[in-house]
Design a protein around this ligand. Structure first.
Ligand code: APR
Length: 320
């Protein structure tokens, strides 16, 4: 049986890391696409040359021609610019919107049956625009944010409690921005919800609040440390978790930016929610019950995303 074909649109920091992970995990063959001639070819060859020592079988092709992504099973999109210190994700909107137009058209013409995972920021608005430009079914286009935000939250919690990250679950919903909603009630250590752990004296409410805030600022913390780009190892690993669930029909329950129609009081809108990812793409949106406070935070986050979508429509009239 032929190996799955995985097209990575954007061969920068995240794109290169994605290609390496796909090869190491033998998820499929890689086509690495970028407009900067030489970069995708160089990274593909470098990773392919790691195969003998890394013990993986995968072919990798670097290209600047969309025709090479023909028939891809999965497309992961990182094309665009990352933020620099002092910039918010929203500052990237104008430039990355134009990139989404060319990428959406490239995918529609060459890989219309692919499961598409967008990583480019500002995430929730870019995944919406990418879906609009590509015209693919909503369930086949989603955005990677919740898995990353939840992973950051889980990392901070595991460190605070001195327990394995494997035993920490966490949910972060809403937009991938300052208004994201880490849900402490649905975050647990081996099934014990965080509020109970505070009651049990494992930590204090103040420390929990600080961890929630650090999670919200997780991307900016890395941007500040790197000084010349944004996070790439954890974002790439998070997207691979989603791609693997699709390719292997694992039906993992993962938070991601999905098209929500009906649930959470939304009527056709992309935002971070828990989903089930299987061979059908986004097979289900898990409509969890939110408390009044949580719903208020979620609504505020949705409003922030709505503002970005409105800005996209203003910039590109074809989106209205
Ligand atoms: N088509 C294809 N590739 C493009 C296009 C385009 N129209 N425009 C830019 N690119 C490529 C650049 O040439 C570069 O190689 O996208 C790549 C982006 O890589 P980096 O600058 O290294 O950015 P990266 O850290 O990978 O982040 C990419 O993901 O998390 C988000 O905020 C981040 O929006 C940013 C994106």
């Amino acid at each position: 049986m032929a190996r799955p074909k995985i097209a990575l649109i954007g061969a920068g920091q995240i794109g290169g890391t994605l290609a390496h992970l796909v090869a190491l995990k033998e998820l499929g063959d890689v086509v690495l696409f970028d407009i900067a001639d030489g970069t995708p070819q160089g990274k593909s060859l470098d990773i392919a040359e790691a195969g003998p020592s890394g013990h993986f079988d995968a072919t990798l092709k670097g290209t600047t021609d969309y025709a090479d992504i023909a028939g891809a099973d999965v497309c992961i999109v990182t094309a665009g610019v990352p933020r620099k210190p002092g910039m918010s994700r929203d500052d990237l909107l104008g430039i990355n919107l134009k990139v989404m137009k060319s990428v959406g058209e490239g995918i529609a013409a060459n890989a219309p049956n692919a499961f598409v995972i967008c990583i480019t920021n500002p995430l929730d608005a870019m995944v919406w625009a990418l879906r609009e430009f590509s015209g693919l079914p909503h369930e086949k286009v989603c955005g990677m944010a919740g898995v990353l935000d939840s992973a950051r939250f889980r990392h901070f919690l595991a460190t605070e409690f001195e327990v394995s990250m494997k035993d920490v679950t966490a949910f972060v919903l809403g937009g991938h921005g300052d208004t994201m909603v880490p849900l402490t009630r649905y975050s647990t250590v081996a099934g014990i919800p965080l509020p109970d752990l505070v009651d049990m004296g494992w930590t204090t409410q103040e420390k929990m609040d600080a961890i929630v805030q650090r999670t919200r600022d997780g991307g900016a913390e890395i941007v500040g440390l790197l000084g010349n780009g944004s996070a790439f190892y954890a974002p790439a690993t998070s997207a691979i978790e989603m791609a693997e669930s699709y390719l292997k029909d694992q039906k993992r329950v993962l938070p991601c930016a999905a098209y929500v129609e009906g649930a959470y009081g939304l009527d056709g809108f992309y935002v971070g929610v828990p989903t089930v990812i299987g061979k059908g793409g986004i097979e289900r949106v898990v409509n969890i019950k939110l408390s009044k406070d949580e719903q208020a935070m979620f609504d505020k986050s949705v409003d922030a995303v709505k503002g970005l979508v409105a800005a996209c429509k203003e910039i590109d009239g074809s989106l209205s």
